[in-house]
Ligand binder design. Structure first.
Ligand code: BES
Ligand code: MN
Ligand code: ZN
Length: 493
């Protein structure tokens, strides 16, 4: 979608639809108040109303959307407001629509513009790759959004916010497309190809290790998980920039299980199809790398994806097997369905060779995190409180909220094996934490945070106007926001 800025009074816009955010308990602009029964519309959050101004305004339709109270309005309110407006434009099959950029006392114009662009783009997201015939509605494209900004607004600042928002939305869309893609198309090889394509597009150095290379280099974890499948596993490295004094090295690590049957410890049939999204962590890394490339962030960023398909077969790894991971540490496999931590073990070990300033891994790792936090928060554990706090703040800012769980040494005992260094399951309780505790053994002393997105990467009942059923692309906005904090630190020093 083209997003254009106009420094013009919104009420003078000739447009098929003008969307106007209205704060609760604040008077409506006269041009709007004249058109509606003011008592019917108080600007409560998500309240909306459409009027046809006829001759009183040049716009064909005026949509008022409640933003709630100004004092408590957030960028996320703006994001969802814009998504709602964009959806209305789509529903009405309009080629273009307009939004008046809200002015919110506590928020910078660039942040509001970013959220607005993200919301408008994501509100229009559809996944249609496998529809052989499209309905008129599905075919329809809203091609242009005109953003009206106040006379004394800074066009340049708003422009930057819009560009950031569009780049971010493109990253989220890539992540959603990958995680919505079926397991027979989105294979480890496909993820390898995705990395190569991003490399070509943005100039990343890309390495994709196939099974032979993994064997040569000792990736015992990824190989074990992938050995039961006809789809060969892959380990993927995407490198942007290079290390320098003022360019901290940051590793983003994604779990890329392209389908998780559970393996020999097989899952129940019911809802097993959802397990095509078990590469949601990898999808978030790809989405973030897309943003990194589009914005050419002045950082050294390494995207790492550990990818395999977890299948039961005559060749599959089995409960009781002991495998030697890339680190040299041995793991007793007590449940082949706890495969994510095994592939991530190799990826985290690999990350250490960059001596990174930060490692952040994302994984649809445990059902236990869904039990603990439900669909509203990403589970977070790590070994460095500064990095944890940074992610917590980024999560608030991006409205992809994370919640920290403890990672005390006490949990380590739960994953000690009698005969190997570690076992891959920790028993019935504290499942999200024992999984993280397992991972911590492979991150070394580097600042590391683990994000368990099992509860947030997928939705069957979207609660936000910038989401539809299926993959949410969660983690992309969070990572982009976190990376921005490293860029900002750099500018300050
Ligand atoms: N991919 C699953 C976790 C998952 C569950 C993600 C539901 C998204 C939705 C993971 O590989 C898994 O199977 N975890 C097991 C671990 C257990 C065997 C220790 C789980 O959580 O049940
Ligand atoms: Mn599993
Ligand atoms: Zn899994």
């Amino acid at each position: 979608m083209d997003i254009n800025l106009h420094q013009r009074n919104a009420f003078e816009a000739e447009t098929p639809l003008l969307a106007l955010g209205v704060f609760e308990d604040e008077p409506l602009p006269d041009s709007a108040a004249a058109l509606i029964e003011v008592d019917d519309f108080k600007g409560a959050w998500q309240q909306h109303i459409i009027t046809h101004p006829r001759d009183s305004l040049p716009s064909q339709r005026l949509m008022l959307l409640g933003l709630g109270k100004q004092a408590t309005a957030t960028a996320d309110n703006v994001r969802q407001f814009a998504a709602q407006a964009a959806r209305k434009a789509h529903e009405l099959r309009l080629a273009s629509f307009s939004i008046n950029l809200p002015i919110i006392a506590n928020l910078s114009a660039s942040l509001v513009a970013q959220a607005l662009a993200e919301g408008a783009e994501l509100g229009l997201y559809q996944y249609l790759a496998y529809k052989s015939e499209l309905t008129d509605e599905q075919k329809h494209r809203v091609e242009r959004l005109d953003v009206m900004i106040h006379d004394d607004g800074d066009v340049h600042i708003v422009q930057q916010g819009v560009a950031l928002g569009q780049a971010t939305a493109n990253g989220v869309k890539l992540a959603r497309d990958l995680a919505n893609g079926p397991g027979n198309a989105v294979t480890p090889a496909h993820l390898g190809k995705t990395a190569q394509d991003l490399g070509t597009q943005f100039g990343f150095r890309v390495t994709v290790l196939d099974r032979d290379a993994l064997e040569e280099q000792g990736f015992g974890g990824i190989l074990a998980v992938g050995q039961g499948s006809a789809q060969q596993p892959r380990f993927i490295v995407m490198e942007h920039g290079s290390a320098a004094e003022d360019r901290p090295t940051i590793c983003l690590v994604g779990k890329g299980i392209t389908f998780d049957t559970g393996g020999i410890s097989i899952k129940p049939a019911e809802r097993m199809d959802d397990m095509k999204m078990d590469m949601g962590g990898a999808a978030a890394v790809f989405g973030a790398m897309h943003i990194v490339g589009a914005l050419q962030l002045p950082l050294h960023i390494i995207g790492l994806v550990a990818s395999a398909e977890n299948m039961p077969s005559a060749a599959a790894y089995k409960p009781g097997d002991i495998i030697t991971t890339l680190s040299g540490k041995t793991v007793e496999v007590l449940n082949t369905d706890a495969e994510g931590r095994i592939v991530l073990a190799d990826a985290l070990t690999y990350a250490q060779r960059y001596q990174p300033r930060a490692i952040v891994d994302l994984a649809t790792l445990t059902g236990a995190i869904m039990v603990a936090l439900g669909p509203h928060a990403i589970g977070m554990m790590g070994n460095n409180q500064e990095l944890i706090d940074r992610l917590a703040a980024a999560g608030e800012a991006a409205s992809e909220r994370v919640w920290q769980l403890p990672l005390w040494d006490d949990y380590r005992d739960m994953i000690k094996s009698d005969i190997a260094d570690l076992k891959n399951v920790g028993g019935r309780y504290g499942g999200a934490i024992t999984a993280a505790s397992f991972l911590s053994a492979f991150a070394g002393d580097y600042p590391w945070v683990h994000l368990d997105i099992a509860g947030t990467a997928w939705t069957d009942a979207p609660r936000r106007s910038d989401q539809i059923k299926g993959a949410t692309g969660v983690g992309v906005r969070l990572l982009a926001q976190m990376l921005q904090t490293f860029v900002n630190n750099r500018n300050q020093s």
